[in-house]
Design a protein around this ligand. Structure first.
Ligand code: HEM
Length: 213
């Protein structure tokens, strides 16, 4: 138990928690995107995918509880690090310089994180905790994106998610020890590719759904 307290109380431990939980989230996003791509194949394909997912029953519930636990750890640890950095402003800046420069995504990590948290609550209210007794999940999603405001909110948030993932991916591997000069340029390129896949993959869906309205 003392090792757990040590992880939560040390800065390195907190960064490790952020890295591991963040990478798990990127894994979830990759799986979520793969499932959502069935939206392009139409209502029958997307509803079949959703039904298959829900037929997992208790396995899905365990997965969702795991996801919630990861979210709580990531958010609470992130807020703690944000407050720590705020109290000692010079520390993160020096660290960022040493880690390869400050970028838009690195500087905005806490803010993009808060926006994504707000988005997830909004997203779950709209698509997860919604009455599905008289409509299929495809009808619910399609009806949402008929509204251009909804489409634009999603588009903006997907750009924010892409920025957060781009820096988070790179930073997580750096925290986990992949900071050899030989691998850093490749990791930088890979993080941009991962950010683009997430941003474009999710971002094009609302535009597509809005156009087929
Ligand atoms: C165009 C973008 C997206 C679409 C169309 C979409 C669609 C959906 C739908 C339809 C569900 C409910 C599935 C069901 O209950 O059958 C869902 C759940 C969820 N989505 Fe998204 N999503 C998008 C992007 C995102 C993003 C970017 C995130 C995270 C940052 C996210 C996080 C979640 C979470 C956490 C759940 C609940 C998963 C569960 O309960 O198993 N989604 N999404």
């Amino acid at each position: 138990m003392s090792w757990l307290i040590q992880i939560f109380s040390s800065s390195v431990g907190k960064k490790l928690l952020m890295a591991v939980t963040g990478l798990c989230f990127i894994g979830f996003l990759a799986a979520h995107l793969a499932g959502n791509l069935s939206l392009y194949a139409g209502g029958a394909a997307f509803n079949a995918y959703a039904e298959k997912l829900h037929s997992l029953g208790p396995i899905l519930v365990v997965f969702e509880l795991g996801l919630l636990a990861l979210a709580l750890i990531h958010v609470i640890t992130g807020i703690t690090l944000f407050v720590q950095n705020y109290k000692a402003r010079s520390v993160p800046y020096e660290k960022d310089k040493a880690a390869g420069g400050r970028t838009l995504s690195s500087l905005t990590m806490p803010y993009t994180g808060f926006i994504i948290l707000g988005f997830i609550v909004f997203h779950l209210i709209n698509f997860s905790f919604v009455d599905k007794s008289d409509r299929t999940i495809f009808e619910i999603v399609r009806a949402a994106f008929v509204n251009p405001i909804y489409m634009i909110i999603y588009l903006v948030v997907m750009i924010i998610v892409a920025l957060h993932v781009r820096h988070g991916f790179w930073s997580a591997f750096q925290t986990l020890g992949v900071n050899h000069p030989k691998y850093m340029p490749a990791l930088m390129v890979l993080s941009v590719i991962v950010g683009l896949i997430i941003g474009l993959g999710f971002g094009l869906l609302p535009i597509y759904l809005w156009t087929i309205g």
